[in-house]
Structures are given as structure tokens and as C-alpha cells.
Design a protein around this ligand. Structure first.
Ligand SMILES: Nc1nc2c(ncn2[C@@H]2O[C@H](COP(=O)(O)OP(=O)(O)OP(=O)(O)O)[C@@H](O)[C@H]2O)c(=O)[nH]1
Ligand SMILES: [Mg+2]
Length: 369
């Protein structure tokens, strides 16, 4: 039996096995086995290389627009950026990934227009999987839905799940330290629904014979497996609903209902019209907020504070991170810094490189000559 048939056989067996306490361990082993086989198949098929859709990351952050054909991704990209992405009345207008740069609140946000997802893209049909794989490098996913097709959201989530992208999830708190003897020792700081034997079976299926394993949260089988694999990407998302210029105001309630059915809070969804250029400022603000970026204004010797081009770093960044992002020889010459603004107790507070910065800080570096 070839690898693909083996995978199909395991999938079928999982689908045909009712899930209950007595079958749980069996299903756990099957799922673990399945994850391993899929991994193997992927390594085989990517051996020839050919990742034609690698897009170089530039700017302060990268955002991927994900949606079905013709929902208006290219229109949105063009409205937001300097890119010139082809727009069409037919499906699949865009076949390559188009990047553009959007400048907002001082940040350069790279936006990728990812071609229309097709059913089964993740299982390798067409070039779908390769195209989709650029999403793995994004810092934020934007689901683009047409106002009349909210239900497409479900498929988009599934397709991304299949290529090992976990949307709006934190990485599982599972740590494994392999050892040389004594079997598998399990500790857990949360109550577990899974039996200890099931957990150990999954671990053995992944090749662990001796290991200290700690579970820092209650896991189900899928999250346990995710926690054991190092190729899952955990990416936050926002959703925007496009083509709102086409609906009557009464229809909005129907759209909201469809969103709520999918656990999407209409208040957190951005309603836009890429064509009529409506809602775009609110959309950019949402992107910014969900990227978790902060602006730091550099006070440069002899030139004063540069209020036009802030240094953009991740929330939680320290002075050391800012210095690293600046590049050059600042790292070697750093002595201390003076910070004014939200993170400072007073103006020009003297701080070391471990000081945590906040949005709107003014930073002055004191350097060795
Ligand atoms: N009425 C209206 N039409 C829109 C809007 N945005 C896009 N369109 C139209 O929808 C069609 C598809 O738009 P595209 O931007 O090419 O869609 P796409 O998602 O990039 O499609 P693919 O590249 O095929 O995946 C075009 O005819 C657009 O003019 C909008 O806000 N309102
Ligand atoms: Mg397009």
C-alpha cells in the first residue's frame, strides 16, 4: 500500500469509529499515526522543491488576505496599497500572490493578495496548497468575505487548518523532554479529560519511548498532537465583509446573524466596500490593533524627535529590541537610554536595555563614541 492509500485508510477508520471513552485511546493512536504519515508524504512531495510562491517578507509586518474568488481581495489590496493587482469580473483573476505595501500609523504593512481558495486546495489540488502556503508566513490573516457569502468563512478556516495553520489559537502548552530511560513520565498542571494511557499512546506513536512530558492545559487529542509537532503556525485573524455597497440597510441584520452563527461578533468585523472605498480607515485601524505593533519616536542627536517615521516594533519590545531593529553599530555602542512618554515615570527617564517600551514613547539613545 502506498502512503496515500495508507492515509486514506486511516482517515476512513477514524471516521467510522464512534468516539467514546473506550475507543478514545485507539482514536488517539490513529490520529497520531495519521499526523506522522501526512508529514512523511509532504516531505516526499516537497523534495523536488518548487515553492514558486515564496514572497519575501518586507516592512514591519505581513498581512495575508484570504478569501474565495471574486470576493474583492485584489480590489481591497489596490485600495489600500500602491500595488496594482488585476481585478476581474471572472473568478480566479489573480493566479499569483500579489504583494503591496500599506502605510498606516507610521508602519509599513506588507499586504499579500492570496488567490481565490478552491475547494480542496489544502489537499494539493492544483497549485492551491503552494499558494496557500504563503499564508504561513503572515503575522495576521484577514478573511475577506462577500456580504452575500458569509458561509465561506467555514471553508476558509478548514483549508487553513489542513495546511497546519491554527487561527486565533495559542500554541498548546505541551513540553516534552526526551530522556534515555524510565519510560514516559507525565505531569499536568490542569485536569485532563484524556486518560493517561491515551496520552502516552499518542506520545509513543510519535516515537517517544522515554520522556518527561508536561501538560500546562487541558488538551484534546488534536491539540496534544499539535503540541508535539513543530510545524504548526499560530496566527491571529480578523474578518472583513466586502461589497456592503450592494445591500439594503435591512439586510445588515441577516449578515450579522450569519456572522454570529460562526462565533464572529459583528462588532469586531469590519464592513467595507473596496470599490466605493468605504470603511477602509477603520479597516486599517483594525489591522494595526491586531498586529500588536507599537510606535517609538527616536530623539536623534542634533535633530530632535522624528515624529514622521517612528520605529515600529512588536508590543512588549524592550529598548534592546528597538536598538536591534535600528541595526548598524548601535548595539555595540549602547550605554543607556532616556525614555519619555507612556512607559516612563518621568520625562527623560534613564533606563537600561531591558526597559519595556510602549506605544508613543520617545527614545533617546546614549552611545559610546
Ligand atoms: N459592488 C462591489 N463590487 C466589488 C467590490 N469589490 C470588488 N468588487 C468587484 O468584484 C469583482 C471581483 O473583484 P476582485 O478584486 O478581482 O476579486 P478577487 O477576490 O481578487 O478575485 P480572484 O483574484 O479571482 O480571487 C470585480 O468585478 C470587482 O469590481 C465592492 O466593494 N463592491
Ligand atoms: Mg484577485
Amino acid at each position: 500500500m502506498g502512503l496515500e492509500e495508507e492515509i486514506e485508510a486511516i482517515e476512513e477508520e477514524i471516521a467510522n469509529t464512534p468516539y467514546n471513552k473506550s475507543t478514545e485511546a485507539h482514536i488517539g493512536r490513529l490520529k497520531a499515526k495519521l499526523a506522522e504519515k501526512k508529514e512523511k508524504l509532504e516531505n516526499q512531495s516537497s523534495a523536488g522543491g518548487g515553492h514558486g510562491y515564496a514572497v519575501e517578507k518586507t516592512g514591519d509586518a505581513t498581512v495575508a488576505l484570504v478569501g474565495f474568488p471574486s470576493v474583492g481581495k485584489s480590489s481591497l489590496l489596490n485600495a489600500l496599497t500602491n500595488a496594482d493587482s488585476e481585478i476581474g469580473e471572472y473568478e480566479f483573476t489573480t493566479l499569483d500572490v500579489n504583494p503591496g505595501m500599506c502605510k498606516h500609523r507610521g508602519a509599513n504593512i506588507q499586504i499579500l493578495d492570496v488567490p481565490g481558495l478552491i475547494e480542496g486546495a489544502a489537499s494539493g489540488r492544483g497549485d492551491g496548497q503552494q499558494v496557500l502556503s504563503v499564508v504561513r508566513n503572515a503575522d495576521l490573516i484577514v478573511f475577506v468575505l462577500s456580504v452575500f457569502e458569509i458561509e465561506q468563512y467555514d471553508r476558509l478556516r478548514e483549508e487553513l487548518y489542513d495546511i497546519k495553520i491554527r487561527v486565533d489559537e495559542q500554541p498548546p502548552r505541551v513540553t516534552v523532554r526526551p530522556k534515555h530511560k524510565d519510560g514516559i513520565k507525565l505531569t499536568s498542571s490542569a485536569d485532563q479529560d484524556l486518560d493517561e494511557e491515551t496520552i502516552k499512546d499518542v506520545l509513543r506513536e510519535h516515537g517517544y519511548v522515554n520522556a518527561d512530558v508536561n501538560l500546562g492545559e487541558r488538551v484534546d487529542i488534536d491539540r496534544l498532537i499539535d503540541g508535539l509537532m513543530d510545524n504548526r503556525e499560530y496566527i491571529p485573524s480578523i474578518t472583513c465583509v466586502n461589497k456592503v455597497d450592494l445591500i439594503d440597510p435591512d439586510y445588515k441584520e441577516t449578515v450579522d446573524e450569519r456572522l454570529r452563527e460562526r462565533d464572529l461578533d459583528p462588532e469586531e468585523v469590519t464592513f467595507i466596500s473596496a470599490e466605493a472605498e468605504r470603511g477602509l480607515e477603520a479597516f486599517k485601524d483594525r489591522m494595526w490593533e491586531n498586529l500588536g505593533l507599537i510606535r517609538v519616536y527616536m530623539d536623534k542627536p542634533g535633530r530632535g524627535v522624528d515624529w514622521d517615521e517612528p520605529l515600529v516594533v512588536e508590543a512588549g519590545a524592550t529598548v534592546a529590541d528597538a536598538v536591534e531593529k535600528l541595526g548598524g553599530d548601535f548595539e555595540e555602542r549602547f550605554r543607556f537610554a532616556r525614555v519619555s512618554g507612556p512607559s516612563a515615570t518621568h520625562d527623560e527617564q534613564q533606563v537600561g536595555d531591558g526597559h519595556v517600551l510602549e506605544d508613543g514613547d520617545v527614545l533617546k539613545l546614549i552611545l559610546r563614541r
